[in-house]
Design a protein around this ligand. Structure first.
Ligand code: NAD
Length: 342
């Protein structure tokens, strides 16, 4: 039996609901693939802030460091001047999880405007507008620094091109270097330079505003899209909306030696505590986790179990047009996992 240590942040709002649903899937995978996941629960988010005055205490970071990977539920961010950075931003920076992979595609029976959408957003995760460098210059003026480094650009472009090579061999850089000449200009130059090492990948560039328009008109034309931090955050929610919403949108935050997996969505206070949140985004994030630790069969099985469930169209949460509860959906996915032959 293979053993892994997985740290888990349950998160706020719908976080504990979707994470508990994902724990059921971890059990199903353990049983089917003779794996053992030692779960290390970690306090972080709004509840931790209320208890300890910080959303990510040092002892939580120490616990995360003891694990092989982190599964994170959504956490509520404090807003306004002087408040702390959000938990995911802090963790990405602390562990240098520079590559945020957000696969977004059509799934069976999920209503969407287009068919044939299958996009991987590769978002730079540690710099750009989310560097956390904001200052008050005077009573009148606040500024935020937008950081772009050559090393940061090179490593994210490399990840993006490598992923494109494994997919349909098409990559698009979204930028605004006509205005942001130093920062986006650097990303554009590095994109062009890295593209020379990937002659088999068709590389193109688009201004971010034009890209936003084209994505809502012809999303089928895109494969991998590589973006600076803030652009990536916004554009991935847009594409999630094109394929059925945030309830089915997973993500991986990957560094050299560690990775965090979390649904793209937030803590959804509007539906928290009702047992109606869609757990699929969180479950598919766990599938990405399995892939990253090398359990490829288990990863594929979890994704196929989700697809089988969606094909049947019976057990769906409200956001997908059904009336099943969070737990009913995960129980059904667990049954699908058990019934798939590998
Ligand atoms: P949100 O993603 O929480 O919600 C947006 C909309 O999508 C809401 O209508 C919500 O009900 C719906 N939704 C989200 N997840 C769903 C699911 N699994 N099933 C069904 N419907 C779902 O975004 P928001 O309202 O902008 O943010 C709420 C809080 O979450 C904020 O404090 C924000 O900072 C935080 N947030 C955290 C993360 C993270 O931890 N990675 C990401 C985004 C937002």
């Amino acid at each position: 039996m293979k053993n892994y240590k997985i740290s888990i942040i349950k998160g706020d709002g719908i976080g504990p609901e979707v994470i508990s649903a994902t724990e059921r899937i971890i059990e199903a995978v353990e049983e089917k693939f003779s794996l053992n996941f030692e779960k290390i629960f970690v306090e972080a988010g709004l509840e931790a802030y209320k208890k300890y005055g910080t959303n990510l205490p040092d002892f939580s970071l120490e616990k995360i460091k003891q694990s092989d990977c982190l599964l994170k539920g959504p956490t509520t961010s404090l807003e306004g001047e002087g408040t702390e950075l959000g938990v995911p931003v802090k963790i990405r920076k602390y562990f240098d999880l520079y590559a945020n992979l957000r696969p977004l595609k059509n799934f069976p029976h999920i209503k969407s405007i287009f068919n044939g959408v299958d996009i991987l957003i590769v978002r730079e995760n540690t710099e750009g507008m989310y560097s956390g460098l904001e200052y008050k210059l005077s009573e009148e003026v606040n500024v935020g620094l937008r950081v772009a480094t050559k090393t940061g650009a090179q490593r994210i472009m490399k990840v993006a091109f490598e992923n494109a090579r494994e997919r349909k061999k098409k990559i698009t850089l979204g930028h605004k270097s006509n205005v942001l000449k130093m920062t986006d200009g650097l990303y554009k130059d590095v994109f062009e330079s890295v593209s020379k090492s990937f002659p088999d990948v068709e590389a193109r560039e688009e201004h971010i505003d034009a890209l936003a328009m084209k994505l809502v008109m012809e999303p089928q034309n895109y494969d991998v899209i590589v973006l600076e931090n803030l652009y990536g955050d916004i554009i991935s929610d847009l594409v999630a909306g094109l394929v059925g919403g945030l309830g089915i949108a997973p993500s991986a935050n990957i560094g050299e030696n560690f990775a965090m997996f979390e649904p793209i969505h937030g803590s959804a206070p509007d539906i928290a505590g009702k047992n109606i949140a869609n757990p699929i985004a969180s479950i598919l994030s766990f599938s990405m986790c399995l892939n990253w630790i090398g359990e490829k069969d288990a990863s594929r099985t979890v994704e196929n179990a989700v697809i089988n469930l969606l094909k049947k169209g019976e057990k769906l949460t409200v956001d997908l047009g059904g009336n099943s509860s969070t737990q009913e959906v995960s129980e059904s996915i667990a049954k699908e996992i058990a019934s798939i032959s590998v």
